[in-house]
Design a protein around this ligand. Structure first.
Ligand code: NBG
Length: 822
């Protein structure tokens, strides 16, 4: 043993020097993983490091929780069925400010930190934008030192992982917990019972008042699993609390005693199924019992938990609405309106008026979609079967609400029908969005255009009633994960130029503007982009075998596959360029790599066909010798947060090409621009504000705007008109139609081509010409590298508004009435 004097001895659990970390890692390897270094697998080392990081987070966590309880500050609770967290290790190291120390510490054991990053299985507990937004908001809440709890579901299987076989998407279950999960802390003592099915009864309470009681047919237990959510270098750590369903008794002993062993276990399995799997649709599907059970489950656990916390701080629930600001992330947690009423009325014996006041004061609602088909509604029959007491409460809310409406708008039966919480137009449904609107004190959209459109269309009747309830809060993304962590080279360059205050005050990036023309800075900027493109090219080669040239333009479209997002418009552009080169091989065009990524809902056939089309076009284009490699098409399989972090930094061009009026906001658009990509896009969602911020001269705009889309549709839009008029468009569609990309099979893509030729719901044909022409300009400007670089720098420099810190500040000021400490 060596006996060297150490200057000040750091605690092995909290110390942050490379030496202490190295020792702590060894300790955890030994005492948690039960391994010697000689025997340890990369996963063992990853786990040992992760536990080392977790120890340091817990230290801050305990302090934060004490502060919440003792200072009685108002707590924000974000209710969301999805949190798309992405890998935790890198982000947590950055938040603690010990990334470099950790690198050195593992190096002392002969290990490369990057290798350990690769071990991590990301918690993919979300579908796309909505779930990732929730994760960005948790990051900002902690970074702004706002006490907050995220409440959600601990799915055993997150979003499926995607494989491509013969060009088609194949789904595989995401066994993210398989290798253990070092980040979560299971808290069996924080558990609540949740009922479903059964019947309701009335009785008289001690004061002689009539009361209701729900006698559930089934009960399940929700157990808390906590994740630390650290703020950026500020010693604040908030909580993400995810609920796991557990059977209350392991066995039904009665069944067991009469010998029905399997029957007894079945009930246990059924209860635990509630949190088995995330529904892989980015838009809701009607009629899935289990999904309603999931929503009820996590909403009830979360509200019971808030009530427990509240009663530790105060004697009564009278001021519940002052101690929690509860945000409903879309309609998935909208049952909270009925459940909070139920808890207050039935369990805590409030009268209706008091309970209603408390409920409305506490709840606020964010809408995330304009697609009318995506508005969640539940068939009345099975709602009644699953949640009989909630339905009674919803009827009562509706009764009182419609009474008010009738008073204001006598004889307007149409309006009343539209506002009703129950859809009675055909088969009956419970309308979750209406429930959320009535039960909340605030309703917001997620980008300026989207908020205008919900006022004018989706929720017009509610807006007429309560204009003061409506707000806009434009989405944002966290600069910590999406610049600092995922683009370290650009971050270093920026910080060298303007200091590192931008990490928590993104508007500081403005100071880069004055270097936009500086040739040295431009050169360095380009070099970083080039290296990022090389890194992505290496990943593409490894995952797909396709070799791409990082010198060409990287033109990227990554997001869920959906017709309204129009990945197939991008394909029509690629086919057009291909066709031009086939006819004129000598044509001088800018070499481009087109990169796609994104998952299709497993039951969404058209979206899956679009993936097949992309891969079929790739096969032809990538192998055609006439092109001499000038065009390459890549479908990057299994787009997730980890891949996203490598993709955004490598983009030259960001594709944001949805039909105007359909994309609520988009957040990928912000992540691209923040990393210096230029956008080609329609006036949709947050594109409108991005263009305003970066300046129209630094944004490639195309396509019909919302009013024009509406006009076209009102006039009886006919895609044939555009098809006949435009020779290149005809050629592109004909190549698909005649089986050129499907080995002569004319049927394969027929559903897709027919949709475009005879309906074209999302106006691809109407926007095609302006899109292709704008792309010409992109080609042109890309050749002028100083000009392109200048535009790229200005894009990044003007992204300050799109930090999720700004969004969270706005929520705090206008909706939650909570003070951000930082
Ligand atoms: C999505 C929208 C996006 C938006 C995110 C986050 C749903 C239901 N909506 O445009 O499609 O950026 O929400 O607000 O997933």
């Amino acid at each position: 043993m060596q006996h060297q004097a150490m200057p000040v001895k750091e605690s092995i659990r909290t110390g942050t020097s490379p030496e202490t970390l190295a020792q702590a890692i060894l300790d955890n390897l030994y005492y948690i993983q039960g391994r010697f270094p000689q025997m340890a697998t990369p996963n063992d080392w990853y786990m040992a490091l992760a536990y080392t990081v977790r120890d340091r987070l817990l230290h801050d966590w305990v302090r934060t929780i004490q502060a919440i309880i003792e200072e009685r500050s108002k707590v924000v609770t974000y209710l969301s069925a999805e949190f798309l967290l992405g890998p935790q290790l890198g982000n947590n190291l950055l938040s603690l400010g010990i990334l470099e120390q950790a690198r050195q510490a593992v190096a002392q054991h002969g290990i490369d930190l990057e290798e350990l990053f690769l071990q991590e299985r990301e918690p993919g507990l979300g579908n796309g934008g909505l779930g990732r937004l929730a994760a960005c908001y948790l990051d900002s809440l902690a970074s702004l030192e706002v006490p907050a709890i995220g409440y959600g579901i601990r799915y055993e299987f997150g979003i499926f992982s995607q494989e491509i076989r013969d060009g088609w998407q194949v789904e595989r279950t995401d066994k993210w917990l398989e290798m253990g999960n070092p980040w979560e802390i299971c808290r069996p003592e924080i558990a609540y019972q949740v009922g479903w099915k059964g019947h309701t009864e009335t009785y008289c309470d001690d004061t002689g008042r009539q009361r209701w009681r729900w006698v559930p047919g089934r009960m399940v237990k929700g157990e808390a699993h906590d994740y630390p959510v650290p703020g950026y270098r500020n010693q604040t750590t908030n909580i993400l609390r995810l609920w796991k369903a557990e059977a209350i008794e392991s066995f039904d002993f009665e069944d067991f005693n009469i010998g029905d062993y399997y029957g007894a276990v079945k009930a246990k399995v059924e209860s635990e199924n509630i949190t088995k799997v995330l529904y892989p649709n980015d838009e809701p599907v009607v009629g899935k019992q289990l999904r309603l059970a999931q929503q009820n489950f996590f909403v009830s656990c979360s509200l019971q938990d808030m009530i427990r916390i509240h009663l530790r701080r105060y004697d009564s629930l009278d001021n519940f609405g002052d101690s929690f600001a509860i945000q409903l992330n879309d309609t998935h947690p909208a049952l909270a309106v009925a459940e909070l009423m139920r808890l207050l009325l039935d369990d805590h014996l409030y009268n209706w008026e008091q309970a209603w006041e408390i409920t409305r004061k506490a709840l606020a609602f964010t809408n995330h979609t304009l697609l009318p088909e995506a508005l969640e509604k539940w068939p009345l029959t099975f709602f009644a079967e699953l949640l009989p007491r909630h339905l009674e409460i919803i009827y009562e809310i509706n009764h009182r609400f419609l009474y008010e409406v009738r008073h204001r708008y006598p004889l307007e039966e149409d309006r009343i029908e539209r506002l009703s919480l129950i859809d009675e137009s055909g088969s009956k449904y419970v309308r979750m969005a209406n429930l959320a609107c009535v039960g909340s004190h605030a309703i917001n959209g997620v980008a300026a255009l989207h908020s205008d459109l919900i006022r004018e269309t989706l929720f017009k009747d509610f807006y007429d009633l309560w204009p003061e309830k409506f707000h806009n809060i434009t989405n944002g993304v966290t600069p910590r994960r999406f610049l600092l962590l995922s683009n370290p080279a650009l971050s270093r360059l920026i910080s060298r130029q303007i200091g590192d205050n931008w990490i928590t005050h993104l508007e500081d990036l403005k100071r880069l503007e004055k270097f936009a023309e500086n040739l040295d800075f431009q050169l360095a900027w380009r070099q970083v982009k080039q290296e990022n493109k090389q890194d992505l090219a290496a990943i593409i080669r490894e995952k797909t075998g396709i070799v791409v040239d990082p010198a060409g333009l990287f033109d990227i479209m990554v997001k869920r596959i959906h017709e309204y997002k129009r990945q197939h418009l991008k394909v029509l552009h690629i086919i057009t360029l291909y066709h031009r080169l086939k006819r004129q091989p000598g044509l001088d065009i800018t070499p481009r790599t087109f990169i796609f990524g994104g998952k299709a809902a497993p039951g969404y056939h058209m979206a899956k066909l679009i993936i097949k089309l992309i891969n079929s076009v790739a096969e032809e284009v990538n192998h055609d010798p006439v092109l001499e490699g000038r065009l390459k098409v890549v479908f990057c399989p299994d787009f997730n947060v980890k891949k996203a972090q490598a993709i955004y930094p490598a983009a030259d061009l960001s594709e944001q090409i949805s039909m105007a009026g359909k994309e609520a906001s988009g957040t990928g658009n912000m992540k691209f621009a923040l990393n210096g990509a230029l956008t080609i896009g329609t006036l949709d969602g947050a594109n409108v504000e991005i263009r305003e911020e970066v300046g129209p001269e630094n944004f490639f705009l195309f396509g019909h705007r919302v009013e024009e889309v509406n006009r076209l549709k009102a006039e009886g839009y006919n895609p044939q008109h555009f098809f006949q008029e435009d020779e290149e468009l005809r050629a592109a569609l004909d190549l698909i139609r005649t089986g050129f990309f499907s080995h002569g099979d004319r049927d394969l893509f027929k559903p897709l081509v027919d949709e475009l030729l005879y309906r074209d719901t999302y106006l691809l044909l109407a926007d095609y010409r302006s899109y292709v022409d704008r792309q010409e300009e992109v080609d042109h400007i890309f050749r002028d590298q100083p000009r392109w670089t200048r535009m790229s720098i200005l894009n990044a420099a003007r992204m300050g508004k799109f930090s999720s810190d700004r969004s969270i500040r706005e929520y705090c000021d206008t909706i939650w009435r909570v003070k951000a400490l930082a």
